[in-house]
Design a protein. Sequence first.
Length: 221
Amino acid sequence: MSRILDEPVAESPLWLEVAGYPAYLNEKIRSGAWTVFKKLIELDCAANARPDVFSASVAFIADRVGLDAKVVERVIRGLRKEQLLRFYLPDDPDEEAMFQFITPFRPPTPPETARERVAALTVQKPERLRYIDEIPASDPAADSLVQQVVDAYLGAFGPRINSFVLDELALLAGRFPLDEIRDAFARAVQTKSPSLWRVVADLRSRRRRVEGISREGKGHA
């Protein structure tokens, strides 16, 4: 008899386990990498119907997986090296980081083998495997938005840019309106030490302030 859960659960796709990711990540990155990866997957699944940007602090993840925050950060950087994840990590592990999985995944086991293994474990044939079948369609609007954010960054901070910064700018484009990003760039360059970290902190601070005012307004309604 199948169990019906009447409590909150953390969910992740079964195929990731049978496709060989636990041993692969622990061997390629370090011991505990699979645990961190699985928690990130659970956070993405909880936040997004399809893979997209999600947020959590490194300290929160470390607490949930029982590992030191520095270990968690090393695993996160290892996942980027494996071309599984893009991220923005603040200096303070207690501050929210931003993440997005890079699809489609290329698992250690061929995708069709993973499908067969999942089908053998369940009564229903899997029609879609998250992160494999999520091949991003060409979206001119989304591509244009990221390019506009990149252009705004180059205009504010100068022509120096690398792949890490490009990933971070793509995350910003998926989380904040373009006008807010441009305004934050403009404010950052007026400071003594302009940086992308200041931009993200500024955007989040203003977003929290707006959300706080909105909640207060509803409370008085």
